[in-house]
Design a protein around this ligand. Structure first.
Ligand code: SF4
Length: 254
């Protein structure tokens, strides 16, 4: 008679892969020096009673120590995000790098960071290059599209400033890619974007804008900033362009 097979919890435990996960760290909370038309995140400070919940040194150390320890794999990736994560200043990230080295315990540590690119200077480039950061740069394509949505708190355009950062990254050897919000303004203009791969950028990541933007006190969002007419709309056309160009892959996510 065939023996009945029993699969116990202990058996299951043996089959479980080592814990490997990644978290998105937002050390500056929702604080940002910009006020983009489509930003969904600036208002999050309300959840903390209107104050900005900034990560202090004690929490930074605890977070780094526990995160590395909890990841039972050889490589641990830190993903710094915002708001604008550079608002915390260079010393915060120098401390973070030092803590990562202290608690690495033989593991390889990788860092990625998403920035609006307006606060980057040579010192930031040195830090990114020296610690092999992969930096995501928010850039919405050609200047007129970018500046229609990505403005300072005083309503000033930011495209030129971000392009200066692109130049600095290129000169300093900082590895970076771009993240673009795609909306109706972008339809038919994808071909104006592929300048950046030649300047050292990795693939463009595209995020479709699908909801109505809030009205700003500094003006009314451009009328083109509305949901696309078709299901795929501008994002779909941009993705199509990326597929055709091959050298310019586009990842589309929501
Ligand atoms: S840079 Fe990012 S966080 Fe800051 S306002 Fe723009 S979309 Fe929001």
């Amino acid at each position: 008679m065939k023996q009945k097979q029993i699969f116990t919890f202990r058996d299951a435990e043996k089959q479980v892969a080592p814990a490997a996960f990644s978290i998105m760290l937002k050390p500056a909370g929702s604080a940002c020096n910009l006020d983009c038309h489509y930003c969904y995140y600036l208002d999050k400070a309300v959840q903390y009673g209107g104050r900005q919940a900034v990560m202090d040194d004690q929490l930074l150390e605890l977070c780094i120590k526990q995160y590395i320890r909890a990841n039972e794999v050889d490589t641990v990736q830190f993903c710094w995000h915002g708001g604008e994560p550079l608002l915390l200043g260079l010393d915060f990230y120098r401390r973070a790098m030092e803590l990562q080295r202290r608690y690495a315990d033989g593991k390889r540590i990788e860092n990625t960071l998403q920035t609006n690119g307006t606060l980057v200077d040579e010192a930031w480039c040195d830090l990114f290059a020296a610690n092999n950061f992969l930096v995501g740069l928010s850039l919405d394509g050609p200047g007129d599209i970018h500046d229609a949505f990505r403005l300072t708190r005083g309503g000033k355009p930011t495209f030129e400033r971000v392009m200066r950062t692109v130049g600095m990254f290129g000169r300093s050897g900082v590895e970076f890619n771009t993240l673009s919000v795609v909306n109706r303004c972008c339809e038919g203009r994808g071909g104006e974007i592929p300048l950046l791969p030649r300047r050292g950028a990795q693939p463009l990541h595209a995020v479709p804008a699908r909801r109505r933007t809030r009205r700003r006190q500094t003006g009314t969002p451009p009328s083109a900033d509305r949901p696309a007419r078709t299901r795929r709309g501008a994002a779909g056309r941009l993705v199509g362009l990326g597929r055709r160009l091959r050298t310019f892959p586009v990842r589309c996510f929501r």
